[in-house]
Design a protein around this ligand. Structure first.
Ligand code: URA
Length: 254
C-alpha cells in the first residue's frame, strides 16, 4: 500500500512525523536509489527500497501490538489451504506484518491479539504463565447446576482432563443460556469440547477477556493498538491482576 514517506518513516520508528519531514527535505532519504526531497512523495514500504542516511528502513523493526475484535468466518492462520478469509486482512492501514497470539476457531469471535514481537507472544502463550481467557458462550436451552459444576471441576477430554475453570450463568432466555467460562489452558477447540463433554450445544462463542485485557468497545472486525501500559501489564501483571480488567492508559503504540 502506498503512503506518504513521512508516515512510513514514523511508523518504522525512525522519527516523529514532523522530524521525518525534516529528514526528507534535508535529502537524507532515497526510494529505490533515487533521492527524495519533496514531502508529497509516496512509497510502498512492503515493495520499495527506502533508505535513510544510506541505511535500509525496515518497517517490521518497530514492535506492534494489536487488539482485534475477530468476526466469525476468519481463520487465525496466516495462510489457509481452503482459501478462507484470514484475520490479517482486517488490519487495513497497518504496514507491518503481524501474527496472531494463539488462535481462535473460524467460528469463534472476539478478542484476538496480534503482534510482530515473538518474545512477547511466546511469554503470553506459554502454559507456564497460565493467562486467563474468558469466553461468553451461548448454549441451547437451559443449563443445570450439575453441568456448571462439572465444567468448573474439569472434564475428561480425549487429550486429558481440563484444569478447573470459572463458570457462571450470565443470562437466560426461553431458548438459550449464556455462560461465562474462564480457562487458562489453550487447547484446540477447548471450550467447545468442554461444553460437548457435558452435553451443552454451543450456538455462539466469543472471547471477551485475555489476561488483564478486556474486549471493551471495539466493534466486530475493528482493531486498535495496545497502549504501552497494556503491553507490559499483560505479561507482568497477569498473576497479580487475575480477574481484573485494565483499560487504556497513556498513548497508543503506533
Ligand atoms: N475454545 C474453543 O472452543 N474455540 C476457540 O476458538 C477458543 C477456545
Amino acid at each position: 500500500m502506498e503512503e506518504r514517506l513521512q508516515k512510513i518513516l514514523s511508523q518504522a520508528g525512525i522519527a516523529s512525523r514532523r522530524e521525518a519531514e525534516r529528514i526528507i527535505t534535508e535529502g537524507r532519504v532515497t526510494v529505490n536509489g533515487k533521492a527524495v526531497t519533496e514531502l508529497g512523495v509516496k512509497a510502498d514500504a512492503a515493495r520499495d527500497m527506502i533508505t535513510v542516511d544510506g541505511k535500509q528502513v525496515k518497517i517490521g523493526d518497530k514492535r506492534v501490538y494489536i487488539l482485534l475484535n475477530k468476526p466469525v468466518g476468519y481463520v487465525t492462520t496466516l495462510k489457509d489451504p481452503q482459501g478462507r478469509p484470514i484475520v490479517t486482512e482486517l488490519l487495513k492501514g497497518l504496514n507491518v506484518r503481524v501474527f496472531p497470539v494463539g488462535r481462535l476457531d473460524y467460528n469463534t469471535e472476539g478478542l484476538l491479539l496480534l503482534t510482530n514481537d515473538g518474545e512477547w507472544a511466546n511469554r503470553l502463550a506459554h502454559p507456564r504463565h497460565e493467562v486467563d481467557k474468558e469466553y461468553l458462550v451461548r448454549v441451547k436451552g437451559a443449563v443445570a447446576r450439575e453441568q456448571i459444576l462439572r465444567l468448573e471441576n474439569g472434564v475428561e477430554l480425549d487429550d486429558g482432563p481440563t484444569a478447573p475453570a470459572r463458570v457462571a450463568v450470565t443470562k437466560q432466555s426461553d431458548n438459550n443460556t449464556w455462560i461465562s467460562v474462564t480457562i487458562h489452558e489453550g487447547r484446540y477447540r477447548q471450550v467447545r469440547r468442554m461444553c460437548e463433554a457435558v452435553s451443552l450445544s454451543v450456538v455462539r462463542l466469543r472471547r471477551v477477556r485475555y489476561g488483564t485485557l478486556a474486549m471493551g468497545e471495539l466493534r466486530i472486525g475493528e482493531y486498535r493498538h495496545l497502549t504501552p501500559y497494556e503491553v507490559t501489564s499483560l505479561v507482568e501483571g497477569e498473576k497479580m491482576k487475575r480477574g481484573a480488567t485494565a483499560r487504556s492508559r497513556g498513548p497508543a503504540f503506533k
